[in-house]
Write a protein that binds this ligand. Structure first.
Ligand SMILES: Cc1cc2nc3c(=O)[nH]c(=O)nc-3n(C[C@H](O)[C@H](O)[C@H](O)COP(=O)(O)O)c2cc1C
Length: 216
């Protein structure tokens, strides 16, 4: 064996240390909140990810903060405190703006039609649309909790375009068969189904399990 091919004594342990370190990395998800109604969905999602020990990277748009203030008792700082890392929406130098930063996916919750349009056209004019663009080019999981009703042809076209590029459109549409007793039940079910898409189980909503004879 030539000297340059000699394997150092500690090589095996160093390789296995490296492998176990990359395998043991916490799951890492980017959460973006935009100015569509339903900020509670983003908040509950952050809480669920925290419980599931997932590392979260949060970006909020200016209009997400405005709707948050109007719709909930949370202050933006309370929401940021739920995430492991937070970024300013104009910070194009943030780690999540680069494909070399390892993440398992991104969820935009709620996703306005404006942000959907920016992602669909590849505009990258703020950190949310740039991070989503990176997720798509790196072929990672992108879920858009797109909220608007009714939907125009422009909205539908943008949804089709991003779906063809690999994103998943997840409108926060309630499942009435759970017979919710509160809005919270509906939110928990929606959040649980969103996280199913990342192979994460919140275990706090009722799954369809065939006809329940008692309820008929
Ligand atoms: C109270 C409130 C509710 C809104 N709800 C929606 C909505 O459900 N869907 C939507 O596309 N835009 C909605 N908008 C409009 C967006 O906030 C607006 O288009 C904004 O430019 C989105 O910017 P962003 O995507 O950067 O957050 C709402 C605005 C307000 C003030």
């Amino acid at each position: 064996m030539s000297p340059s091919l000699t394997v150092p004594d500690n090589a095996n342990s160093s390789i296995s240390h490296h492998i176990s370190r990359s395998q043991s990395r916490r799951k890492r998800i980017i959460v973006a909140m935009t100015g569509a109604t339903g900020t509670i969905l983003g908040i509950k999602l952050l809480i669920a990810l925290r419980r599931l020990n997932v590392e979260t990277h949060l970006v909020m748009s200016k209009w997400a903060e405005a709707t948050l203030k109007y719709e909930t008792d949370y202050h933006a700082s309370n929401v940021r405190a739920l995430a492991d890392h937070t970024y300013n929406i104009n910070d194009m130098a943030a780690p999540i703006a680069s494909g070399s930063f390892r993440v398992d996916g991104m969820i935009v919750v709620p996703c306005s039609m404006k942000t959907l349009a920016s992602i669909s056209t590849g505009l990258c004019d703020d950190l949310i649309s740039r991070a989503a663009d990176v997720i798509l080019k790196e072929r990672r999981r992108l879920v858009l909790v797109a909220r608007e009703t009714p939907l125009s042809e422009i909205h539908l076209r943008n949804m089709l375009d991003v779906t063809r590029t690999g994103a998943i459109i997840f409108p926060p549409v309630p499942a009435y068969y759970i017979k919710p007793s509160s809005v919270e039940d509906l939110v928990d079910q929606s959040v649980g189904r969103m996280l199913d898409l990342f192979d994460l189980d919140t275990e706090d909503f009722e799954r369809w399990n065939g006809w329940n004879k008692d309820k008929q």
